[in-house]
Design a protein around this ligand. Structure first.
Ligand code: HEC
Length: 146
């Protein structure tokens, strides 16, 4: 059941399956999603805004980046000041899309996923927290953190 559903992910996304997947398992290679989610060009400066924005990713709630001019930076998650040295763009992409795939039970929210979500507000039920291009902007921004 699980595999069948994954294989049909993109098709199901448009035909009302109860648990459509935005990213199919065939896009995942190891612990990475090598290909961009969007054909539009990613812009690192926009990713920085998404990183800080309460209405966007609000990643600063749990992560700090050296030199970032944000009032408050959390430490629930690892410091990301040099994350571009540790992780490839594909690894960053998968972690933002759905960290549960890397580490089930992690506190890090799944930002580009709409299946099997628990305790989400009604406004998020049929849409991911971030859009595909917002994820790409974040990947561009974080890749430059070295
Ligand atoms: C509620 C807290 C929380 C929020 C909000 C959050 N994260 Fe995380 N993040 C974590 C935790 C905890 C980890 C460590 C994962 C683990 O080991 O379970 C992590 C890990 C990561 C990693 C991997 C770092 C490494 O060194 O391996 C990246 C990249 C990352 N987060 C990016 C983001 C981005 C981008 C956002 C915003 C879109 C974000 N996180 C929002 C908690 C959070």
């Amino acid at each position: 059941m699980r595999l069948r559903r994954a294989g049909l992910a993109l098709a199901l996304a448009s035909c009302g399956d109860a648990e459509p997947r935005l990213v199919s398992e065939t896009q995942i290679v190891g612990d990475a999603i090598p290909s961009p989610l969007s054909e539009a060009s990613a812009i690192a400066a926009r990713g920085k805004t998404v990183f800080m924005d309460r209405e966007g990713g609000h990643c600063v709630l749990c992560h700090a980046i050296e030199g970032l001019e944000a009032e408050f930076q959390g430490n629930v998650g690892p410091d990301l000041s040099a994350v571009g040295e540790r992780l490839s763009p594909g690894q960053l992409r998968l972690r933002i899309v759905d960290y549960q795939i890397v580490r089930p039970g992690t506190l890090m929210p799944s930002y580009y996923r709409i299946h099997d979500l628990y305790q989400v507000g009604e406004e998020y039920q049929d849409q991911p927290i971030l859009t595909a291009i917002e994820v790409e902007d974040l990947v561009a921004y974080l890749s430059e953190r070295r």
